[in-house]
Design a protein around this ligand. Structure first.
Ligand code: IPE
Ligand code: IPE
Ligand code: MG
Length: 241
């Protein structure tokens, strides 16, 4: 196997269409989608990926009907409860980014309990992006930096990329906050407000399978194909530099 991406971010898209194509309610697609998360997490962890960020709910997904949102929250809680033991065995650290305070209180509680239970683990970081929006994240970072400048804590000439990064919700990831490989399932080719800063130099991969059909096999293939890509970061191909 070639180079392994340190940070993989996935837009888990296409649950609704997957179900509709089978004449089933959208909720069924979410149930099947939720059960894919376990396998993908395991493959990432076993492959030596350091951070796996999963886009579970965007800031814009609040536009979905209350009934669909309620299903998504139930599934999140169920997933955390069901997987806690297995994640502990894999030594996975759990993190959540996004506007956690907007979630129903019992969901917030469950998230906090799970995060705390895995806080001392030292293996792969599994990050759920929940009620996450990149633009909101950037505005909030700008807001905090301006406050620090106005308060005299930071000088204007100290405002840098590193300072911005330190104010993003991914700051705790340190050197792996940059996304190496961003995958979106379901054939849609857009970012939908996900990791705009962190993906500045990410390799993008759009796959046709809807999320409930995205198997361990597909995922292993995708990780392998990443190893064959040449990342230049604005420089010349390595053969010419
Ligand atoms: C992704 O599937 C899950 C969430 C956005 C929460 P969708 O629900 O967006 O499924 P499609 O895109 O409508 O098929
Ligand atoms: C992005 O998918 C968010 C998640 C997968 C959680 P959407 O289905 O909400 O994105 P759009 O609306 O197609 O851009
Ligand atoms: Mg969608």
């Amino acid at each position: 196997m070639g180079l392994i991406p340190r940070h993989i971010a996935i837009v888990m898209d296409g649950n609704g269409r997957w179900a509709e194509r089978r004449g089933r309610p959208r909720a069924y697609g979410h149930v099947r989608g939720s059960s894919r998360v376990r396998e993908i997490t395991r493959v990432a962890s076993e492959s030596g990926v350091q951070t796996l960020t999963l886009y579970a709910f965007s800031s814009e997904n609040w536009k979905r009907p209350e009934s669909e949102r309620a299903i998504l929250w139930r599934l999140l809680v169920k997933h955390l409860r069901r997987e806690r033991k297995e994640l502990m065995q894999q030594n996975v650290q759990l993190h959540v980014i996004g506007e956690l305070h907007r979630l129903p209180l019992d969901v917030q509680e469950e998230v906090k309990v799970s995060v705390l239970a895995m806080a001392k683990n030292t293996g792969m970081r599994l990050v759920f992006a929940v009620s996450y929006g990149s633009r909101q994240e950037l505005v909030s970072a700008a807001h905090n930096i301006v406050q620090e400048v106005l308060g005299g804590k930071v000088q204007l000439n100290e405002v840098s990329e590193a300072l911005m990064e330190a104010h993003l919700s991914t700051a705790f990831l340190g050197q792996t906050s940059d996304v190496d490989l961003l995958i979106r399932t379901s054939g849609e080719q857009r970012l939908s407000n996900f990791m705009l800063w962190q993906s500045a130099y990410a390799e993008l991969l759009f796959v046709d399978e809807c999320w409930p059909d995205f198997t361990a096999e597909h995922f292993r293939g995708v990780i392998e194909s990443y190893g064959k890509r040449e990342r230049r970061f604005g420089g010349l191909p390595s053969s010419q530099s």
